[in-house]
Design a protein around this ligand. Sequence first.
Ligand code: NAP
Ligand code: MG
Length: 498
Amino acid sequence: MTDKIFDSTTLERALAFARREHNLLIDGQSKPAISGARYDVINPATCERLASVAQAGAEDLELAVKVATEAFNSRWSPLPPNERQRLLWRLSDLIEKNADELAVLETLNNGKPVREARFMDITNAINTLRYCAGWTTKLNGETVSVSHPGSWHSYTVRQPYAVAGLITPWNAPIMMAVAKIAPALAAGCCAILKPAEHTPLTAIRIGEIALEAGIPPGVLNILPGLGTEVGEAIVSHPAIEKISFTGSGCVGQRILATASHSLKRVTVELGGKSANIIMPDADLTKAIPGSAKAIFGNAGQICNAGSRLYVHSSVYDKTVEGIAEFAHSLVVGNGLSPDTQMGPLISRPQLERVCAYIDSGLKDGASLITGGKTLDIGGHFIEPTIIANTRQSMSVVQEEIFGPVLAVQRFDDADDLAGIAELANGTHYGLGAMLWTNDLSKAHKLAARFKAGTVRINGGGLDPALPFGGFKHSGIGRESGREGVEAYTEEKSVMIAL
Ligand code: NAP
Ligand code: MG
């Protein structure tokens, strides 16, 4: 059947991988935690135990840092850039070769529809590796004309940090892992990755595939475990020079505080509460499905989800009805079913958190347009939900819900660009903003006013060439693009008297 993206053999292979005794990957070897600790990973669509994984602690980290430092000095940084490029490209080819199996594994572990896993997350991972592979040979400094008295040859160089600590969340496990591994390795760093406790499986598999690709042992080490244990140990380890973290704001703040003791370089990609604005002249045939996908994709567990909708009153009824119809039509279920369009939330606490937000919105006076109920079909499922008549001050408008819950408001004056921007900018987040209009002038003027790291007008998506990150509480630093790779390097100025 052409509609299916995997066959029974692929499913069997992914399940067989999941059922292995998973260990830590240190120096290219699969090792249990020194403490012997293990934990269970749960399939969020069924609440059944999916895998058993070793739980790294500080003593495992100590070993990984030693190994990564050694790999940096002897095996990775001495390689010519084009050799690192070839190896990263080879890793992307092997991910592509195993893409269906990785997609099924991601769905088993995270719950997202397998089509989304295959054609968004894994495609993005492949593209990111290839994009970053290109930078290995282009991380140049420049010669600089100086005015200092005398005769000088001056230039800058970029040098990688030896060991980077990479900490990722559960909502897009493979994509988040590769978004950090690719630029770190391209820049010449060796890496220690701690995947989210709930979703370590595809990261563990990537570690194996990296070895198969010929990336030397010790260059990429994978340490599953708890944020409060191995995560904290990574952030406070004196020999880890760079931290790249994606996750929640409160953990991000804690990481910045801890990392400040050793003055580590830190990139933090944090949460969002992105505004989505529909102007009176918008093409609703695009704006309606685009807005629905922006909040219901990955069951709303996307940092950049379009979770606050502002619709001009002249198109309000049609737009809200259209998005509600889209929500009704979504097939919610186990992501392995080819019909499923929205999977479960990651965990019971996440489901409870989302339900509590819906309740609080309704208590604050918002009205339920559609959804709002959990679904008793085995896992942590909830209906796609729209709540209208919200106000800026409500917690459903101010706080990141990280679930399929759209908070809607209307606005009346489409010429009041300052007022529209004030609405869009009216939370402490600043990750994304979306706008639907055919008025080129207003589009540019609003793009300039949005305090958001990513502005999407009439559509758009992730691209490894475009810097991604947050204004305000949505983060510090950028991933992707040239700056995403340069973030793993330190710049040095050299001056030679002639
Ligand atoms: P989280 O709780 O902050 O966890 C993120 C990662 O940090 C996990 O690996 C976690 O380990 C680890 N961690 C937890 N406490 C730590 C500590 N004290 N020191 C070091 N590491 C620690 O976030 P999450 O719940 O997994 O993910 C959801 C959040 O991520 C949302 O707020 C979302 O907006 C944000 N997010 C942002 C982006 C972006 O690019 N801006 C992308 C995706 C997600 P455990 O798994 O053991 O907790
Ligand atoms: Mg957490």
